[in-house]
Design a protein around this ligand. Structure first.
Ligand SMILES: [Ca+2]
Ligand SMILES: [Ca+2]
Length: 444
């Protein structure tokens, strides 16, 4: 249509111009003017002014309005929850043996930022012995909070049990106990590892369908079909450390096929956990290419019939190299790709169950800082308000003396999740002041 219209216009113009050098000059000047306007406004805006790209823009807008059906989560420390990109559904945290005391704070801070908490409970460490004290303490904390929490049994308990061929005995006993001790607000999930699918050298012996059939058999004899969620992890995150990234498409396809086969065998969608982050195009170049491969609307649409959630991070973790946790300080290692992808795909459209983000509040009390100015407790960046930005700053490493004082809202001279939790509660109107604030003296 458009081309036909253009051709007609051109014909008309040529006809009118025939034998008239004056008109030709006007046309030439006109074209130069158009060129200059496009140059001045930039190609996109300039072309839009001349009606050349409206159609394309409309369809792009329509696509961004469709939220992908797969929910995205990321491994995040409590202190990094406030700086996660909008559009995320889950944040997750590993509960290591004896460390269940972090559970109440984690649930609280996650919900403060409209994020659903996933707790990956390290019931054991590559053995078939479950750390029941840590499990029971975690379940009690979830029950006490009362809000929904997603729980994953890790690491590879069922994998060890399957290798030992004790799914119907040890596996059954464990699953019975998991189910009988979890509170009703905990969504219980099991981690099913795909160990037999490959190793660090990118060789794999079993086909994805064979692996899925074996898992179905193990779960059936262990009564695992009563568990709500199943997850698997790539085998495994440490390959980032072994320099085997970026993965060839064949290897990514193998894991996609496993998700499909497992979902088919179990009759439910599966979650994928501990997906390495990073960006193969950025910085040190030995990073994962999964974020760029999967976080596109086309790929998410393709995976959505058999995958319900993708939980990213961590990858390699050591003192020299970046890990794949989505910490604000580590964006330099993925050039911010993960945050950008999540924001583009999910951030611009409302989440299915929107709840209001906490509104900024003025501080409950003030102190005199080193410059003699009044400064509010909880207002770390001294803009007069307590909001998400301040929460994000509480545990950062380079605060000034005055900022540290403002952030220490319980007055114990330490900056930790205790202060973060108090600030989150204050923003949610759950408390009216901070412990550091003087108790008002009753007026006579
Ligand atoms: Ca502030
Ligand atoms: Ca403190």
């Amino acid at each position: 249509m458009f081309e036909v219209e253009l051709a007609q216009r051109r014909k008309k113009l040529l006809k009118a111009l025939k034998g008239d050098p004056k008109k030709l000059l006007v046309l030439g000047l006109g074209l130069i003017l158009v060129f200059l306007i496009v140059l001045y406004l930039g190609p996109l805006e300039g072309l839009k002014q001349f009606g050349l790209i409206t159609q394309k823009k409309e369809s792009a807008r329509a696509e961004s309005l469709t939220r992908p059906q797969i929910d995205i989560g990321v491994d995040a420390y409590t202190k990094d929850i406030p700086s996660q990109p909008s559009g995320l559904t889950f944040v997750y945290k590993n509960i290591t043996p004896g460390n269940s005391n972090v559970t109440p704070t984690y649930i609280q801070v996650a919900y403060t930022y409209n994020l659903k908490p996933v707790l990956v409970v390290y019931t054991n460490n590559d053995s078939t012995t479950v750390d029941w004290p840590t499990w029971d303490a975690t379940m009690n904390a979830i029950k006490a909070d009362g809000r929904e929490v997603w729980v994953v049994v890790e690491p590879d308990l069922l994998g060890m049990i399957r290798n030992n061929k004790t799914c119907g005995t040890v596996g059954k006993a464990d699953i019975d106990r998991f189910l009988s001790t979890k509170p009703s607000n905990a969504h219980l999930g099991l981690l099913l590892s795909g160990w037999n699918l490959g190793d660090g050298n990118q060789k794999w012996s079993w086909s994805p369908s064979q692996e899925a059939i074996e898992w179905k058999a193990c779960l059936t004899s262990a009564g695992g079909d009563r568990i709500e969620d199943v997850y698997f992890d790539f085998s495994d995150r440490d390959q980032e450390f072994r320099n085997t990234y970026p993965w060839p498409q064949s290897r990514i396809t193998m894991w996609e096929t496993f998700a499909k086969e497992l979902s088919g065998q179990l009759g439910k969608k599966v979650g994928i956990w501990q997906i390495p982050m990073g960006n193969s195009q950025c910085q040190n170049g030995r990073r994962s290419n999964i974020v760029e491969t999967w976080l596109t609307s086309v790929k998410l649409n393709e995976l959505s019939p058999y995958v319900n959630r993708l939980l990213f991070g961590p990858g390699v973790e050591d003192s020299v190299n970046a890990q794949s946790w989505n910490l604000s300080t580590y964006t330099k290692y993925d050039c911010g790709l993960f945050n950008q992808k999540v924001t583009n795909l999910y951030g611009s459209v409302p989440t299915p169950t929107p709840t209001p983000t906490p509104k900024p509040k003025s501080p409950p009390c003030y102190f005199t800082d080193s410059n003699g100015n009044q400064r509010g407790y909880g207002d770390v960046n001294a803009d007069g308000w307590i909001d998400n930005t301040d929460l994000g700053l509480v545990m950062s490493s380079n605060l000034t003396v005055d900022q540290k004082k403002a952030a220490d809202v319980n007055g114990d001279k330490l900056l930790n999740v205790g202060d973060l939790l108090l600030m989150a509660k204050y923003l949610q109107n759950m408390i009216g002041t901070f412990p550091v604030c003087p108790v008002p003296t009753p007026s006579p």
